[in-house]
Design a protein around this ligand. Structure first.
Ligand SMILES: CC(C)(COP(=O)(O)OP(=O)(O)OC[C@H]1O[C@@H](n2cnc3c(N)ncnc32)[C@H](O)[C@@H]1OP(=O)(O)O)[C@@H](O)C(=O)NCCC(=O)NCCS
Length: 342
């Protein structure tokens, strides 16, 4: 166990920096998270090596009961909370509040420029708006298919034919961007400001401001970047390469973040991402598309009627929220955690 400096523990809960040895215990408290689409198993070991990331586990009587990861981005001004989880038997007792306050104080002491915390929530209650500002809301379209079957379907349909049938007016195909083009488009012009929500790139569940330091993080990842028109973009998309998820053997998640409000180019870019990633992939795919909420319904129709893929879930959403970091905000003790049980 990687111990934190003395004093960084609280009555009843012990906190420590996460290690490789904690992996199995963390998976043990993670059953069913995100409907089996938990990305943590594939990212965990890499996260432990990242310099701007702090991964903390909490134990109660020696047993691992919670974890949180905090990634510092936006030139050191934002702490991004990820993979937050509490063991099922400990939920509803306020553990998350104690853990978050602990992590927030620790990260603030290591990164004094941090000003805000950002995270994603699926459901926000009216009371949550007292603590959070909403950055943006994206609808989540979740469909599933076998990669080999969709590949055949796309080739039967003829991608060129589908694309031309989608457009009411002729539009050239979407453009895949290399790293230089990504930097140019996103950093050296303000062309993306009208396309991205709040001038924020969201990749999977991670919101990044348009800054060179963030772009350096993003460009190290396996992502396909696409835009409808480099000179005059109305739609842009990021597709994270498929990664294994714990639903079963040969199950992958393919995540696509789409920005913009125009249906035709959204569908075209979706097809291009699907075509590229079903070319070599074998197995079952859960494809999550994050998009402007009004586009959810027409995209469901397109998925069902044209692609013959199965909708897994009705409408769900992802809200990106932020709150100010308060220095020395104090931490609630475990006494309070227990008190909430009654
Ligand atoms: C979501 C989860 C971490 C909440 O932990 P918990 O200790 O059971 O939380 P409690 O119900 O005791 O506390 C509720 C508080 O946490 C807040 N909360 C709920 N979900 C949250 C989330 N995803 N992120 C941050 N805070 C959250 C609530 O707003 C509430 O705040 P309040 O006390 O200011 O009203 C826990 O239920 C869990 O592990 N769920 C499965 C994994 C998951 O969904 N993780 C979140 C996305 S990665």
């Amino acid at each position: 166990m990687r111990q934190l400096p003395e004093g960084l523990s609280q009555e009843g809960l012990q906190f420590s920096g996460a290690t490789e040895e904690d992996f199995d215990d963390i998976m043990g408290i993670s059953q069913g998270i995100d409907g089996g689409l938990d990305y943590l198993p594939t990212r965990y070991m890499d996260w432990l090596q990242e310099t701007n990331r702090t991964v903390i586990v909490a134990r109660k009587q020696g047993k691992l009961i919670a974890m949180e990861s905090v990634f510092v981005i936006d030139d050191g001004e934002t702490m991004l909370v990820q993979a937050l989880r509490v063991a099922p038997q400990e939920r509803g007792k306020g553990v998350v509040g104690v853990l978050q306050r602990f992590c927030s104080d620790l990260v603030k002491s290591k990164f004094p420029d941090v000003k805000v915390t950002r995270l994603t929530r699926d459901l926000l209650l009216p009371k949550d708006f007292q603590k959070y500002r909403l950055i943006t809301k994206q609808g989540i379209l979740l469909v599933r298919f076998r990669a080999e079957e969709l590949k055949l379907r796309l080739s039967d349909l003829g991608l060129g034919d589908i694309q031309s049938s989608l457009s009411t007016s002729f539009k050239p195909p979407p453009v895949r961007l290399d790293n230089t083009a990504v930097r140019q488009l996103y950093l050296t012009s303000d062309r993306m400001h009208g396309v991205l929500p709040n001038a924020t790139i969201i990749q999977d569940s991670q919101p990044f401001k348009l800054l060179p330091s963030n772009m350096a993080i993003l460009l190290k990842k396996d992502i396909d970047w696409m835009v409808d028109d480099v000179a005059n973009p109305t739609v842009t998309s990021l597709c994270t390469f498929p990664y294994r998820v714990p639903i079963g053997d040969d199950w992958y998640s393919l995540n696509i973040n789409m920005f913009g409000t125009e249906l035709d180019p959204i569908r075209q870019q979706f097809l291009c991402h699907l075509q590229r990633h079903t070319a070599t992939l074998k197995g079952h795919v859960m494809c999550q598309v994050f998009l402007d909420p009004p586009l959810w319904k027409p995209m469901v129709e397109f998925c069902r009627n044209t692609l013959n893929v199965e909708l897994v879930k009705e409408y769900t959403q992802q809200c990106v929220v932020e709150s100010d970091v308060i220095s020395g905000g104090g931490r609630r003790g475990v006494g309070d955690v227990g008190a909430r049980k009654e």
